[in-house]
Design a binder for this molecule. Structure first.
Ligand SMILES: Cc1cc2nc3c(=O)[nH]c(=O)nc-3n(C[C@H](O)[C@H](O)[C@H](O)COP(=O)(O)O)c2cc1C
Length: 410
């Protein structure tokens, strides 16, 4: 059986083992800038033994941010990102940057455009109470502009020293909104059939792939299922995976869920409504969460490797390297991922709980993560001071220290 700690060559790039820290929004980019905390966070993950750490959700354009305090790619960001990649490299790991665009799913109070934009004119379920009620349907010129923004952002990622980029095609972000039959009502060549709905995403992948050196991997994070009625189902995602393979994606990261429609399909575990209400900044949204949250936000029980049954269907259909994700916590889960034929495994919450987990697995001093999963890290990810595990007192103290330091510097 393949050892999860054995090296792997992805598009000609050498990874020291087969474990990737998946993108989890860090909440450490106030003003859209790289903070020292963000650098330290990824350095710690690199020291802790992962092969590659993924810097989460960098929007390809200012209007592609879900929240105002997110990274969006621009030349001024490159020197600070270079410091981050250097810190990761000095600890022996690789760095990947997740590139995406939120489309119609937008709670950004700092929009350049008058309204967010997506495949079709729609209610902006996430930002409506903050005054951004509607999203516009994108024109073909805007689709081309955003495709160009993905390419430009990928080139800047390379300049900043990233070893790979991960294109966000899942979770209900812009490219996923086009793929999903539930959010794409277009009647032009970007809507209707699956081939049409996939056209934008495939073109982004193909053009980013062509813009980067062959040895720099381009990963695509995709949905196995959207997880809401009327959304993308696995028979369609199998076909999308085949097309992505043909267009040159170097690996597919297999996820699922649609943040604006069914957020906890993606996370599994407890539904932290109380914490979500507590951290919400707008009173209108606090009230809406308290009144409608219990009925509208479904929870799904946690099970180890919860996407494995769906991921097997993609495994049967393609030969491109696949990254298994979702509920991977123990050394045994990593072994199962390898035995099931996945080249790589990605972990989120278990590594937020303990960034040193992989080094402990390698040393044999741990076999199982202590992540519960309470999902408080999800509820609090954009809380001042950034993400941390609410069950680890030292992490809470470190976050409080970051908040004090930031306030003192203002
Ligand atoms: C705090 C937090 C923030 C997240 N932010 C992102 C994100 O920015 N981009 C993304 O693709 N997924 C994001 N995710 C989802 C994870 O990438 C992953 O799909 C999910 O946590 C399931 O993996 P796990 O069971 O190993 O945690 C986030 C997850 C958490 C816990």
């Amino acid at each position: 059986m393949t050892d999860p700690f054995s090296p792997f060559r992805l598009a000609g790039f050498s990874l020291r083992n087969r474990i990737i820290k998946t993108a989890t929004f860090e909440g450490m980019s106030p003003g859209g800038c790289v903070s020292k905390a963000l650098v330290d966070h990824h350095r710690a993950l690199a020291v802790g033994g992962v092969a590659m750490t993924t810097v989460a959700y960098c929007a390809v354009a200012a209007d592609g941010r879900t929240f105002a305090d997110q990274l969006h790619m621009r030349p001024e960001l490159v020197p600070d990102l270079r410091a981050l990649t250097a810190a990761v490299h000095s600890a022996g790991a690789a760095a990947s940057l997740q590139l995406g665009h939120c489309g119609a799913f937008c709670n950004n109070h700092d929009l350049v455009r008058r309204r967010p934009m997506g495949p079709s004119r729609a209610l902006n379920l996430v930002g409506a109470l903050g005054g951004r009620v509607l999203a516009d349907a994108m024109t073909e010129a805007e689709i081309e502009e955003v495709t160009g923004a993905f390419v430009g952002a990928a080139r800047l990622a390379r300049e900043a020293g990233f070893d790979a980029v991960e294109l966000h095609l899942g979770h209900g972000y812009l490219l996923s909104q086009f793929l999903s039959p539930g959010t794409n009502a277009r009647r032009d060549r970007f809507g209707g059939s699956l081939a049409n709905r996939a056209r934008f995403a495939l073109s982004v992948v193909e053009r980013v792939r062509a813009a980067l050196p062959p040895k720099m991997p381009v990963l695509a994070k995709v949905n196995l299922r959207d997880g809401y009625r009327g959304g993308l189902e696995v028979d369609e995602s199998v076909q999308v995976a085949r097309w992505l393979e043909a267009r040159g994606a170097d690996a597919l990261v297999l996820s699922g869920g649609f943040v604006s429609r069914n957020p906890f399909y993606l996370f599994r575990g407890e539904r932290p409504l109380r914490q979500m209400i507590a951290v919400e900044k707008s009173w209108a949204q606090k009230l809406a969460l308290a009144v409608f949250g219990p009925a509208l936000i479904h929870s799904y029980p946690f099970a180890p490797l919860y996407f494995l049954p769906l991921a097997r269907e993609i495994r049967r259909a393609v030969r491109v390297p696949l990254v298994l994700l979702g509920g991977i916590k123990s050394k045994q889960d990593l072994d199962t991922a390898m035995r099931e034929g996945f080249e790589l495994a990605a972990m989120g919450r278990a590594l937020i709980h303990d960034p040193e987990l992989i080094a402990k697995y390698v040393a044999g001093s741990a076999h199982e993560s202590g992540c519960v999963p309470c999902n408080q890290c999800v509820a609090e990810m954009d809380r001042e001071g950034g993400v941390c595990c609410a069950k680890v007192p030292e992490q809470l103290a470190q976050r409080a220290g970051r908040v004090r330091a930031t306030r003192a510097s203002h």
